[in-house]
Design a protein around this ligand. Structure first.
Ligand code: HEM
Ligand SMILES: *[C@@H]1O[C@H](CO)[C@@H](O)[C@H](O)[C@H]1NC(C)=O
Ligand SMILES: *[C@@H]1O[C@H](CO)[C@@H](O)[C@H](O)[C@H]1NC(C)=O
Ligand SMILES: *[C@@H]1O[C@H](CO)[C@@H](O)[C@H](O)[C@H]1NC(C)=O
Ligand SMILES: *[C@@H]1O[C@H](CO)[C@@H](O)[C@H](O)[C@H]1NC(C)=O
Ligand SMILES: *[C@@H]1O[C@H](CO)[C@@H](O)[C@H](O)[C@H]1NC(C)=O
Length: 326
């Protein structure tokens, strides 16, 4: 073997392994380019149409994607309906305010007509999250890799065990994310998703009324903001009222969440927790720059979208996103 041939082999090996490394999860850009060329355009046009008349939807889809990925990986299991024998993820306690399932159904119906059993429900969730949030920019603001396949199991108990609680402290959050292969930077950046959407009072009212069990407020919560929140959430048991998580800009996908955090206006303990550690505080400070936030979000949401994905011949392509194929 000539030495230049050996060199070529080494170069080839390095090139292939590093490009495999870049797509470790087995998802790729434009997976449906040949099998269903209109797939991504179909998702975008249906989602944009619905978001145009319902500004709450981007937050619903972004949270749906998060919940899907944190339970059994991004496998569309969040979409499965409960049956007589099984209580599914969407009926677990942390499901509160999950919505948008009807839009996913519309997209799936259109795609089954165009390309039967080709586009997974898991990819539809990933694309709907991107497209709904991107509507305000009139162009996609992050790239979605595709090729996920659908799981066949969805259990409420697994949602309860894997979805972080809003009363989590920093260590718990770091562990919850590390269990999904996500690091401190991903935790902070992805928490920036709370720049859009709303939270129910009972997810944080302990911070207003009974933080340590002595009828006190959370000292890390801005006192002015706490007083305002008490006018919205009138008691510890209020589980119906919602408040915007990023007041004043709760439908704009921007980095304002981090400015709020610095003012002690993070809504949940899990938000405030990001300022209780030096490493995460450093990331928060960096994300006060709008451009840094969008760049970092592109990266971290791609990482989240690779969590536990099924590819190749694993799983299935569901015909109806709510029901496992029979
Ligand atoms: C760090 C751990 C996290 C915790 C503890 C957490 C907790 C929560 C809670 C309790 C709510 C309010 C639900 C309600 O009361 O209706 C919420 C809303 C939301 N979360 Fe998170 N979350 C976390 C991370 C994330 C991530 C990683 C994303 C997406 C990338 C995300 C996206 C959202 C969105 C968009 C909403 C608003 C939903 C709506 O308006 O209906 N969250 N989150
Ligand atoms: C529920 O369980 C019963 C008995 O195990 C079985 O006969 C039935 O087919 C199951 N139904 C569904 C919807 O899975
Ligand atoms: C959430 O779970 C409850 C039961 O705990 C159920 O009644 C409700 O319909 C579920 N919400 C959604 C959107 O699936
Ligand atoms: C506040 O918390 C304490 C300790 O958990 C509890 O005994 C008390 O009943 C709570 N107060 C209210 C108003 O729920
Ligand atoms: C809200 O609280 C009431 C009273 O405790 C309870 O009956 C109801 O099931 C709760 N609703 C939700 C959505 O958790
Ligand atoms: C509390 O929030 C107000 C704005 O609502 C802000 O002016 C003030 O500086 C904040 N206080 C602290 C300690 O961050």
């Amino acid at each position: 073997m000539s030495s230049s041939y050996v060199l070529l082999l080494i170069l080839l090996y390095t090139f292939t392994t590093s490009s495999v490394g870049a797509q470790a999860a087995g998802v790729e850009k434009g997976f449906y380019k040949k099998s269903c060329p209109q797939a991504e355009q179909t998702v975008q046009s249906i989602v944009w149409d619905r978001v145009a008349s319902n500004g709450a939807l981007p937050a619903k889809f972004l949270r749906m994607f998060f919940h899907d990925c944190f339970v059994r990986g991004c496998d569309g299991s969040v979409l499965i309906d409960s049956t007589a024998n099984n209580t599914a993820e969407k009926d677990a306690t942390p499901n509160k305010s999950l919505a948008g399932f009807d839009v996913i159904d519309d997209v799936k119906t259109a795609l089954e007509k165009a390309c039967p059993q080709t586009v997974s429900c898991a990819d539809i969730v990933a694309l709907a999250a991107r497209d709904s949030v991107s509507f305000q920019f009139k162009k996609p603001i992050w790239e979605v890799q595709t090729g996920r396949r659908d799981g066949t199991t969805s259990q409420a108990s697994e949602a309860n065990a894997n979805i972080p609680s809003p009363s989590s402290d920093f260590t718990t959050l770091v562990n919850d994310f590390a269990n999904k292969g996500l690091d401190v930077k991903d935790l902070v950046v992805l928490s920036g998703a709370h720049t859009i959407g709303v939270g129910h009072c009972n997810a944080f009212s302990k911070r207003l009324y009974n933080f340590t069990g002595k009828g006190d407020a959370d000292p890390s919560l801005n006192a002015t903001y706490a007083a305002f929140l008490r006018t919205q959430c009138k008691s510890l048991s209020d589980n119906t009222t919602t408040v915007p998580m990023d007041p004043g800009s709760s439908t704009d996908f921007d980095n304002h969440y981090f400015a709020n955090l610095k003012l002690g206006q993070g809504l949940f303990q899990s938000d405030a927790a990001l300022l209780t550690d030096g490493r995460s505080t450093k990331v928060v400070n960096k994300l006060l720059d709008a451009g840094d936030f969008l760049d970092a979000f592109k990266n971290s949401i791609r990482n989240m979208g690779e969590v536990g994905v099924l590819t190749g011949s694993s799983g299935e392509i569901r015909k109806n996103c709510r029901v496992v194929n029979s």
